[in-house]
Design a protein around this ligand. Structure first.
Ligand code: SF4
Length: 396
């Protein structure tokens, strides 16, 4: 590979022949047996039934990202390897890469990659959720090898946002404004010199409606959205034609509801215009996110006493699974067994406030059925470890 070295790799096949897919090291024989047993494990020690949904854990995008990152480490043992961000939102996987001397690049106060120290022999891996267009251009200009593990489902959203921008539709992105994926998606609009606005929820979609119905002024609108809009954003000019996109891991029901709400608002305000003169939409929730949300809804039809949702606290799709489960049952979003501090204490992320909390009395002695959900970046092995920890506490 040294003589004809590629400088930009974006698929596993770009490495040539690959003998093993390394995400499998995060698998679990125990979980495979649970799947064979209809997604359940009944403990002989405690009598508790543990249930998992039909779809859970690593999605194809995360598998690709892990495979490409670890393959890079394996292929280039003598080269310095960096990351644009943590490769996925899972502390265990990121720690494993750190132990292999893969380092996350520093950024300046205005979020620019600091690349002064890089040479052409260095390698930079782009995380599963992508990186801003400007980051990628900077890396190419530096002539380093780029291993781009951005998930294909996210690239599809980018293509949609590019299309909106090329036709001068402002991308209204339903997402978390400072999430890396949303920032990268928004940058696809500005690369064509056009605009974006990031909204978090229905209430923020209502602000757009209030503005186009002239219920609030540009100044008042921008007071709230200056950080969430592209530079030079002028609502008078840039809310006349909008196209909807979303962070791929948002709650599907919420994204659809926002799309329909804004579609109706624009149809009312611009009555008489052709339907897509002012408004365009496209479903940009990825299939893996949908499958995990749908499977969890199905599991929640069962009588559960407790739900443990496992995944990184910065994992958007895991947080949404926790949000879904918490509407029906006592639910704790934990990163792994280490957050089950003891039988009386649990450290967890509250899905509404997004604050890390410590709660007591989480594990009742009389529980019979525990549901376990995992996000798209959560290794299966953590299910096994969390169950082992619950069993340990209940038999101590
Ligand atoms: S959750 Fe969807 S978009 Fe995100 S990495 Fe996985 S497959 Fe790709």
């Amino acid at each position: 590979m040294q003589n004809t070295e590629k400088k930009y790799l974006s698929k596993m096949m770009d490495f040539g022949e690959v003998l093993d897919r390394q995400h499998s090291v995060y698998g679990s024989e125990f979980v495979k047996k649970m799947i064979e047993n209809g997604g359940r494990f009944v403990s002989d020690r405690t009598g508790i039934t543990y249930r998992i949904p039909t779809h859970f854990g690593f999605c194809y995008g995360v598998e690709k990202s892990i495979d490409m990152a670890f393959e890079t480490v394996k292929r280039f043992p003598d080269r310095r390897i960096f990351l644009t961000h943590d490769v996925i939102h899972n502390p265990k996987v990121n720690q494993d890469l750190k132990e292999k001397h893969v380092v996350v690049l520093n950024r300046s106060a205005d979020n620019q990659l600091i690349l002064d120290d890089l040479t052409k022999d260095d390698i930079v891996v782009i995380a599963a959720f992508g990186s801003k267009h400007r980051d990628v251009e900077q890396l190419k200009a530096k002539n380093v090898m780029v291993v781009d593990t951005t998930c294909g489902a996210i690239v599809l959203v980018w293509k949609r946002v590019e299309k909106y921008a090329q036709n001068q539709y402002t991308s209204i992105i339903h997402g978390i404004w400072d999430h890396e994926e949303t920032q990268a998606t928004a940058s696809q609009a500005t690369k064509f010199g056009w605009h974006f606005l990031i909204i978090r929820n229905h209430e923020e979609a209502r602000d757009i409606e209030r503005f186009v119905k002239k219920e609030i002024s540009s100044e008042d609108f921008m007071k709230k959205y200056v950080k969430k809009a592209s530079s030079g954003f002028n609502p008078e000019l840039h809310l006349k034609r909008i196209g909807i996109a979303s962070q791929t891991t948002m709650l599907k029901s919420e994204t659809l509801e926002i799309q329909e709400f804004l579609k109706a608002s624009y149809a009312a305000v611009f009555a008489g215009a052709k339907p897509d003169d002012h408004f365009m939409k496209y479903d940009t929730i990825c299939s893996a996110t949908q499958e995990r949300q749908d499977a969890l809804f199905q599991l929640l039809e069962e009588p559960l006493d407790l739900v443990l949702v496992i995944g990184g606290f910065n994992s958007s799709n895991t947080t949404h699974l926790s949000e879904i489960a918490s509407l029906r049952f006592p639910t704790f979003h934990v990163r792994g067994p280490e957050d089950l501090t003891d039988s009386a204490m649990v450290q967890h992320l509250d899905p509404t406030s997004l604050q890390i909390r410590t709660s007591s009395d989480w594990l009742k002695r009389n529980i019979k059925t525990v549901g376990i959900g995992t996000g798209a970046s959560t290794p299966d092995v953590l299910i096994e470890k969390v169950i082992a920890r619950v069993e340990e506490y209940l038999t101590a």
